[in-house]
Design a protein around this ligand. Structure first.
Ligand code: FAD
Ligand code: NAD
Length: 464
């Protein structure tokens, strides 16, 4: 057998790649990870999950002080924005967490190969001019912003999520192109800090892929907060002149165009897999029509010894999905059984309130199972949410009618992202709505709304 420099070489140190590298090393495999960024952690830690949550958290406090939510609880303050300090704590969070991955690499003896990796053959890559060989190579190169044809991102006036995290001043009018997760999270940040925000969405409702009731209710809540929506509308051009952008909008189904002026435009119409520059042709690996690398259930590509995980393969582009795939691929390489249940991947939008879901939407559950039972419980009737002045939202539990097995749970609530974990765990264990309804939940907690929604599946909630 050939002698390799490493048992495992991972390309990309995002949540998919760094987790795969650490688990491979934990399993006794000699492991390296190539990363072209200056810091480890990928999109998530550098320009994604972490910095966006730092800005969301801080702006949430500012908004609560400004919009009277604190005054309702007897705390009267007049907030003054120090945007530099707010950015400072974002930068600090990123620095600490990316540094943390470097520490974990050292602790687990993962070698960081600094530079961009390009395949030479299925068992060797070139990184920063050096050829490195490995028995197994894991592609975890992630994704980057999908550009909008005809719209140039300058990261000043017309920004991607990366530029939108770092704006040096609060825009007067921000237009967000795309009513998906990034548009709503980062639109919320700048709305809270004082910008007028208009969101232009191509489809007739925001948050595609989420449950229909959730999409409608979320739209109502964001409108109430002051975000203006132009649904069923596409942006066909953006011209920048003298620090201002002029957008041309057209109804998605055709009709007269209109223009909109803005001093900041956020392009957030999705992300696409990173495969450019990998030289996949040298190993005979092709991408599918969405630019993704296809794998089997074990995360093997069609090329022997080459594996792939995370945003670069099909499935939701989420950090925790990438992490779980990272663990599974390392375990499979080590000869163990690494499995990810792609039917139970929670998704969370970290707005106020948070929006979370796991499993099927009601629409998809009906299409799949025909007959489903649905239980809904409003947060207004949840004692903790009511006490905390958080009346918006609901929990919805969807169960297959024949077996009562829970196939989807959706929540709009201040802490929906935390609440959804119990739903995911229940579904992972094949729980019925009755199982959840008869599980004792601490009082007073937001999570009791999940229990009540499960009781509502049987038509017997207590508090509504
Ligand atoms: P990435 O994190 O993209 O990492 C890939 C890494 O590979 C990059 O660092 C890149 O530099 C490196 N790379 C690429 N090609 C090469 C090469 N040839 N050689 C060497 N290195 C290479 N997800 C959530 O679950 N929760 C959130 O709250 C959340 N918030 C987000 C907010 C924003 C603004 C954005 C943009 C994304 C967010 N995401 C969130 C999505 C999440 O960041 C991604 O799903 C996740 O980072 C994917 O992990 P990955 O390891 O597949 O790829
Ligand atoms: P998205 O797919 O969530 O939303 C893009 C939206 O843009 C869609 O609603 C789509 O209909 C719309 N759109 C597309 N073309 C358009 C056009 N020309 N004009 C108007 N609207 C248009 O994409 P995103 O918000 O850019 O996020 C990218 C990825 O990052 C997502 O897959 C998401 O999973 C991930 N992410 C996750 C989180 C989280 O988990 N909290 C946060 C941020 C990003």
């Amino acid at each position: 057998m050939a002698d390799y420099d490493y048992d495992v070489l991972v390309i990309g140190a995002g949540p998919g790649g760094y987790v795969a590298a650490i688990r491979a090393a934990q399993l006794g495999l000699k492991t390296a990870c190539a990363e072209s960024r200056e810091t480890l952690g990928g999109t998530c830690l550098n320009v994604g999950c972490i910095p966006s949550k730092a800005m969301l958290h801080a702006s949430e406090y500012f908004d609560a002080a400004k919009n009277g939510a604190m005054a309702k609880m007897g705390i009267e303050v007049e907030p003054k924005l120090n945007l530099d300090a707010m950015h400072g704590q974002r930068i600090d969070a990123v620095k600490q967490l990316t540094g943390g991955i470097e520490f974990l690499f050292k602790k687990n003896k993962v070698t960081w190969l600094k530079g961009f990796a390009t395949f030479e053959d299925a068992h060797s890559v070139t990184v920063a001019g050096q050829k490195v060989t490995a028995k197994n190579i894991v592609i975890a190169t992630g994704s980057s912003v999908t550009p909008l044809p005809g719209v140039e991102i300058d990261e000043k006036i017309v920004v991607s999520s990366t530029g939108a995290l770092e704006l040096p001043k609060v825009p007067e009018h921000m237009v967000v192109i795309g009513g998906g997760v990034i548009g709503l999270e980062l639109g919320s940040v700048w709305r809270r800090l004082g910008a007028k925000v208009t969101c232009v969405e191509f489809l007739d409702q925001i948050l595609p892929g989420m449950d229909g009731d959730v999409r409608k209710e979320a739209n109502k809540i964001f409108k109430k907060q002051g975000i203006e929506f132009k649904l069923g509308t596409k942006v066909t051009g953006v011209k920048v002149n003298g620090g201002k952008a002029t957008l041309t909008l057209e109804p998605a189904k055709g009709g007269a165009s209109e223009t909109l002026e803005a001093d900041c435009v956020l392009v957030s119409i999705g992300r696409r897999p990173n495969t450019d520059g990998l030289a996949l042709e040298k190993i005979g690996l092709q991408v599918n029509n969405r630019g993704q690398i296809e794998t089997d259930h074990d995360f093997r590509t069609k090329v022997d010894g080459v594996w792939a995980v995370g945003d670069v393969i099909p499935g939701p582009m989420l950090a925790h999905k990438a992490e779980d795939e990272g663990i599974a691929v390392a375990e499979n390489i080590a000869g163990l059984t690494g499995i990810v249940n792609h039917d139970v991947i929670p998704g969370v939008v970290y707005t106020w309130p948070e929006i979370a879901g796991v499993g099927l939407t009601e629409e998809d559950a009906k299409a799949k199972y025909g007959d489903v039972k649905v239980g809904k419980f409003p947060m207004l009737a949840n004692s903790r949410a009511k006490t905390n002045h958080e009346p918006d939202g609901f929990v919805k539990v969807i169960a297959e009618a024949k077996t009562d097995r829970v196939v989807g749970v959706w929540a709009i609530a201040s802490v929906a992202g935390t609440m959804i974990a119990q739903a995911a765990q229940a579904m992972e264990f094949g729980a019925t709505s009755e199982d959840i309804a008869y599980t004792c939940h601490a009082h007073p907690t937001h999570s009791e709304a999940i229990k009540e929604a499960a009781m509502a599946v049987q038509g017997k909630p207590i508090h509504v």
